[in-house]
Ligand binder design. Sequence first.
Ligand SMILES: [Zn+2]
Length: 442
Amino acid sequence: MVKNMFHTSLSNGMSYAWLDHLSNKIGGRLSGSANAQKAVEYTQAELVKLGLDKVWLQPVMVPKWVRGEKESGHYSSQGKNYPLNICALGGSVGTPIEGITGSVVEVQGLEELIALGEEKVTGKIIFFNRPMEQTLIHTFEAYGGCVDQRYSGAMEAGKLGAIGVVIRSMNLRLDDLPHTGSMTYGELPDHQRIPSAAISTNDAEKLSKHLKEDASLQLTFKQNCQHFDDVESYNVIGEITGSEFPNEFIIVGGHLDSWDLGDGSHDDGAGVVQSMEVLRLMKLNQQKTKRSIRVVLFMNEENGLRGGNKYAEVAKMKNEVHIMALESDSGGFTPRGFSIDCSDEEFEQIKGWETLFKPYLIHYFEKGGTGADIGPLKTDDMVMAGLRPDSQRYFDHHHASNDTFDAVNKRELELGAATMASLIYLYDKYGTKKRTTLPIKN
Ligand SMILES: [Zn+2]
C-alpha cells in the first residue's frame, strides 16, 4: 500500500495542479483578503469533486491587516543615500506620510536592547541584526534562535521610547529580499506602538558596516500598512467517514492563508495541497478507512492562529476524539520523514514503520515539535506529527517575494504527499500498540 501511495502520487497526482491554481490563479492569501476567500472557495470545490463523505466550512473570525503601498527606506551617510530593500512586518502600524527618520542603534537581540535602557534608546530607530546561526543543520532551530527579534522587537523598543524598528530578515543567505512575518505589541498603549520593518540581509550587512564608520547616520522609512476590524473567514474541512471507528478522528492539514509578498507556494500552499492529496490517495487506493480521516485547511496561521484555535475549540465542544494529527508546514521540499510528539510506547510503534519508508530515502523519524495549527488540539493521548522536508533552502523563500510556484519542485511535492498518506494509512490500519489493545470498537 505504501508503494501504491507513492506510485499514484508520482504518476497521477493532483497536488502540483492544485498548487498551480492556488499560487498562479489566486496568489498570496493574507487572512481577511479577497484572495484568502477565493482560496477557501477553490479548495472547498476541489474537495467536493473528490467525492468525500463530507465537506464543510468552519467559520472563524480573523484579523485583517493590509500592507498598503510598497514600503520605502534609505539611510544617509556622509552626503550619500543608500536605498533599503524593506517591508513592513505583519501587524505593524504605519509611519506618518513623510516616514520616520532617526539615528540608528544596532543591537544583537532583546537582552542587549533592554540593557541599553531608555536613555540610549529614546528617539532612536533600533536595528536588530542578530543573524541566523549558519552551522545548524536543522534550519528551523536557527529560525527559532532569532525570531524573537522580529516578534517582540518593536514591543520592547517601544517601551523604551524608540521611534521605529528595523530587523535583519530571517534568511540564512545574503540577498536583497526582505522577509515579512508576524510581530506583536502585546498590551502596549497606542502611543508606544512603533512601526517595525524587515530589511534584506545584504542591506543589514551594509548598514552595520556603515554604522561602524558613521554612528550618526540617519535612516528613513515609510510604510502605510493598516489594521481593520476582524472579518469572518473559514477553515475548509473534508472527511472520509470511518467504517469501523467513525467517532475516532485522524486529521491531516496545512494552512490556507499565507503572507502577501509572494504567492505562499511553500508556506503553506504545499502543505494544503499535500493534505488534500492524502485524502485523494486514500480514496484511490482503498475503499474504506477504519477511522474518520479529515483534511483541515486552517485559516490564519501566520498572523493569529485563529483557525487552529477554532478547530480545537469546536472539536472539544463536540467531544470529538482525535487520535492523531499530521501537519505539513515546513515547505514543499524533498521529504525526509516526520517529527513526532507522543508517548514513548507509541513512538516505538511508529518508529517500527521506518523501514517501509527507506526505499523512498525517508528515514527521519524523531521525537520533536510538529505544527502550529494542530498544536491547540494536542492531548496526552494523541499522536502529533509534522512532515519534515529537507529544510536547507526553506528560509531562502520563507515569507519573501520569492516564495512562488517556480520554487516548488513537482516530484518533491508529490513525494511529500505520498509520505503523509503512507503514515496516515499505517496509523489508520494498525493504530498504535495502545490503541489496538484497547476495546474501543463502538
Ligand atoms: Zn506556515
